[in-house]
Design a protein around this ligand. Structure first.
Ligand code: NAG
Ligand code: NAG
Ligand code: NAG
Ligand code: NAG
Ligand code: NAG
Length: 505
């Protein structure tokens, strides 16, 4: 299976947001925010092969979750069924205080995570761990009140769709599991990727009494407010392309003007529609540009071994027959990446019915405001700086709420991260691959002995938590090994403390 962690393709999401909401204006300059997420999503339409061992070891439960953890109004006590999955095959039991590894769902259904997140199953035998996977509220089967569409449409329900509620859900379910498995003294390690990785890191800061430690894979906790350069994401996409192939990078850089040039002809949009075999005739060049933007971003973000999709795009562009013009080369890159299709759906990355698209659009319009824009001259993309005022206007027209761009840093922190965390915090691994565009908002520096950054130069988004493969390069094997050793050290320390400090029985 071709996978890429799709939790955080933000640029994509925001792009989506903007393409959706900009139908009434001709100002198509703001590109969508790439997606987050542990897995590449455009391949998700392929039939999913779930091995029988996966399905038989995993048991699904529904927890009766409190709608609102932070108020005591009558409606706060409403409950909804929240899905979680347990695998106890490797657990050596409560008597040994064996650890519990908990995966935090991100902005998608839990269905794919069970087989796609290898870190838990790959390491369960070593840790003799209980494995738990929890679905994020408002995704998959964990929807308060009926259909997702209805829940998201209803302003008084979607107001409960926040990250603070989500991690409070996770705390409630973890405590419930510890109780039902009589596992009071079992240490909990929380694991997440992309947006889920941010939740894991934040969870360790907010709930140190529930989780002993966190593995936050490709978690761009600094891509908020004024913490990271807004152009960081696309600067890395550009660097990845340039490093892979200078000529491919040049072709892409020149292609945007070329698109405009063709579009300015009398039947320009028809010519472009034919050239790119678009499923529907283009109404504006923005849709084509946004589609290409999404392909390049996704290929860079999920440039995973052994297939290296970015090289596939560039292989198509560079490998086009001699004499092929710029747009012909770009199209050859699309075909190489997407496959030979009868037509190409310019909406492939922003389908209004896609749950991640719908849910993440709300999350970015409320609290997860990630200011991602194209730089003016440092990227292979046309300039399109992030415009907060326009973003706010669009969100208001979509949802009638004012986005809170400072809330994430107010609630979870981020400014002066090292100064603040180096004494206060402990037991967090921030893992990154530096070829991942989201690493520009990641923690890349060791903060203390136990709040550490483990990154690889060649890695992409969330690679370390995907399943181990025979073909994995040495640097990836080493990264995972380092992470496991760090977690083992946390656990060893915990068991020593447990002997000394445990509550008397
Ligand atoms: C776990 O410990 C309890 C109480 O000490 C004991 O009754 C039980 O048999 C033990 N279970 C296992 C599987 O060892
Ligand atoms: C929104 O949800 C609330 C709470 O369930 C319900 O009372 C209300 O009727 C819903 N509104 C609409 C427009 O469906
Ligand atoms: C793509 O598919 C069409 C038929 O749908 C075929 O004619 C063409 O040769 C194919 N191109 C490649 C490069 O495989
Ligand atoms: C990019 O733009 C900045 C400011 O507009 C300028 O100082 C810099 O020289 C430019 N860099 C390149 C490579 O053109
Ligand atoms: C941080 O510390 C860990 C554990 O000692 C080490 O493996 C890693 O390379 C360090 N990271 C950086 C960026 O120096």
């Amino acid at each position: 299976m071709n996978r890429a962690m799709g939790f955080l393709r933000h640029s994509f999401h925001q792009l989506l947001l903007f393409s959706l909401i900009s139908f009434s204006c001709v100002c198509g300059t703001q590109f969508s925010i790439p997606r987050l997420g542990a897995l590449r999503r455009t391949t998700r339409t392929e039939p999913k092969i779930t091995s029988s061992s996966v399905s038989k070891d995993f048991k699904t439960f529904f927890y009766s979750q409190t709608l609102d953890h932070f108020n005591y109004r009558p409606e706060s006590y409403t409950t909804f069924p929240q899905r979680y999955v347990v695998n106890s095959k490797y657990w050596s039991g409560a008597n040994t205080s064996a650890p519990i590894l908990v995966f935090f769902g991100e902005e998608t259904s839990l269905d794919n995570d069970l087989s796609d997140i290898g870190f838990l199953t790959d390491n369960a035998p070593r840790f003799k761990a209980l494995l738990v996977y929890i679905e994020h509220r408002f995704y998959g089967k964990s929807i308060p009140f009926g259909s997702r569409e209805a829940a998201l449409r209803n302003a008084s329900i979607r107001g409960y769709f926040t990250s603070a509620q989500a991690i409070a859900d996770y705390a409630a379910i973890i405590l419930h599991i510890k109780k039902t498995f009589f596992a009071k003294n079992s240490p909990v390690i929380v694991i997440g990727g992309s947006y889920g990785g941010m939740l894991a890191a934040w969870f360790r800061l907010k709930y140190p009494h529930v989780a002993l430690g966190a593995l936050a894979s490709s978690a761009p906790i600094l891509y908020f407010d004024d913490l990271a350069p807004q152009v960081g994401y696309y600067a890395i996409v550009t660097k990845d392309f340039k490093e892979t192939s200078e000529s491919c990078y040049e072709t892409i850089r020149e292609s945007w003007d070329e698109i405009d040039k063709v579009a300015s002809k009398s039947n320009g949009l028809s010519i472009l529609s034919m050239k790119f075999k678009t499923c529907k005739k283009l109404k504006r060049t923005f849709d084509l540009k946004d589609y290409l933007d999404s392909i390049y971003s996704e290929a860079a973000q999920y440039d995973h071994p052994p297939t290296y999709p970015l090289s596939i795009v560039c292989g198509g562009i560079d490998g086009a027959p001699k004499g092929t013009d710029i747009l012909g080369r770009i199209f050859a890159g699309v075909v190489a990446y997407v496959g030979n299709k009868s037509c190409y759906d310019m909406n492939a990355y922003n389908h209004p019915s896609d749950e991640t698209y719908m849910g993440w659009r709300w999350q970015t319009c409320s609290e997860m405001v990630m200011p991602i824009g194209h730089g003016n001259n440092d990227s292979m993309f046309p300039p399109a700086p992030f415009n907060l005022n326009r973003f706010i206007r669009k969100c208001k027209s979509l949802f009638g709420v004012q986005p809170q761009p400072h809330w994430v840093t107010t609630y979870y922190g981020g400014h002066d991260l090292k100064l603040i965390l180096h004494r206060f915090a402990s037991n967090i691994i921030f893992s990154n691959g530096l070829r991942d565009p989201y690493s520009s908002g990641g923690v890349l520096e060791n903060i203390s002995d136990s709040v550490v950054a483990v990154h690889t130069i060649h890695g992409s988004h969330c690679l370390d938590i995907l399943p181990e493969k025979k073909s994995d390069p040495q640097w990836l094997v080493k990264q995972r090994k380092t992470e496991v050793q760090i977690i083992e050290a946390w656990l060893a320390k915990y068991y020593t403390d447990l002997l000394e400090f445990r509550d008397p029985a």
